[in-house]
Design a protein around this ligand. Structure first.
Ligand SMILES: CC(C)(COP(=O)(O)OP(=O)(O)OC[C@H]1O[C@@H](n2cnc3c(N)ncnc32)[C@H](O)[C@@H]1O)[C@@H](O)C(=O)NCCC(=O)NCCS
Ligand SMILES: Nc1ncnc2c1ncn2[C@@H]1O[C@H](COP(=O)(O)OP(=O)(O)OP(=O)(O)O)[C@@H](O)[C@H]1O
Length: 261
């Protein structure tokens, strides 16, 4: 939907950014324990002649086999999580006001509960599929398999504190990303300085954020029609795009919950 495009715009504005896809490549580079575990499970034929991972081959396997995808995730994700946490700590030590983590499987992994704010970059599933096919030069079938390995974007958007609409042109996206930066700056306010200068205040503030997210999660879970679609409170969500374009009535949470099996 354009997370990496948003990340690039943020980086250009000197916003500290941690990219889970980049970390996921680092933890399976030649010589790592991650790559050894992958070879042990998928066999040596998963390597290219130079000893690096054959990503195309591995992708064609795991995006069509849930059990193997889970196995790969169980090898890669713990190492990526540790690297992300370390990245956040380094940003805190450096005195960053905030940092952004670009995480494709944030909702699926349940990690969203541990983040101060969740931003979802949104475009329609049709546009998402077309852009993916064009970017990866992949077939309809290959791109669909990759998308079907994730929660639909229309579900992910329900978890967002802020939604960046990427239905338009790259120029439209840049305008929205600038608006997002202003919003995040405003939300960070002055309290981040206290968190930095007085670590106990930072820990308290983190505990408060977790408790607040936990409460909204529990409350919504009780109200939710379908337990598989548990989503947090919408009132906190801010939409950074054309309000009447992105979620049509048929995509509203209530309509989606009602039509689910
Ligand atoms: C399967 C692999 C080798 C395919 O490599 P490839 O170069 O084609 O894709 P790349 O790593 O650049 O990922 C591109 C996108 O694919 C999607 N994707 C990747 N892995 C997964 C996964 N396990 N489940 C669902 N979607 C995924 C994400 O949207 C991601 O942004 C690679 O994606 C991988 O190692 N995946 C497992 C690690 C993972 O979950 N990474 C994503 C976030 S940590
Ligand atoms: N507004 C836009 N108009 C046209 N193309 C776009 C737009 N935004 C992004 N794209 C293109 O869509 C493709 C997907 O975008 P991008 O790689 O940023 O998505 P992503 O969410 O990071 O995907 P993934 O989860 O697979 O890493 C890229 O080729 C990108 O150049």
């Amino acid at each position: 939907t354009g997370k990496s495009s948003v990340s690039n715009l943020l980086k250009a504005k000197q916003i500290p950014l941690i990219d889970a896809d980049v970390l996921a490549r680092e933890v399976v580079a030649p010589g790592t324990a991650g790559l050894a575990k992958i070879v042990a499970y998928f066999g040596p034929e998963i390597l290219l002649p130079d000893g690096s991972l054959d990503r195309k081959k591995l992708g064609s396997i795991i995006f069509n086999d849930e059990a193997k995808r889970r196995k790969l995730n169980s090898i890669v994700h713990p190492a990526v999580r540790r690297a992300m946490l370390w990245g956040v700590v380094k940003n805190w030590i450096a005195g960053s006001k905030y940092c952004v983590l670009d995480v494709p499987l944030l909702i699926e992994s349940g990690l969203w509960k541990y983040y101060g704010k969740v931003v979802v970059v949104f475009c329609s599933p049709e546009v998402q599929l077309q852009r993916l096919m064009k970017r990866d030069n992949s077939s309809h079938e290959e791109a669909s398999a990759r998308l079907n390995s994730q929660l639909p974007i229309t579900d992910k958007v329900l978890y967002a504190d802020h939604v960046v609409d990427n239905a338009g042109t790259p120029e439209d996206l840049e305008i929205r990303v600038n608006a997002l930066i202003q919003l995040l700056d405003k939300e960070a306010g002055w309290s981040w300085r206290l968190s930095w200068l007085f670590p106990p205040f930072g820990l308290l503030s983190a505990a408060f954020t977790l408790a607040r997210k936990g409460c909204s999660w529990e409350q919504e879970a009780q109200d939710c029609v379908n337990p598989a679609l548990r989503y947090p409170r919408h009132s906190r969500r801010r939409h950074l795009g054309r309000g009447d374009r992105w979620v049509s009535p048929s995509e509203s949470p209530a309509a989606r919950a009602a039509t689910r099996p």
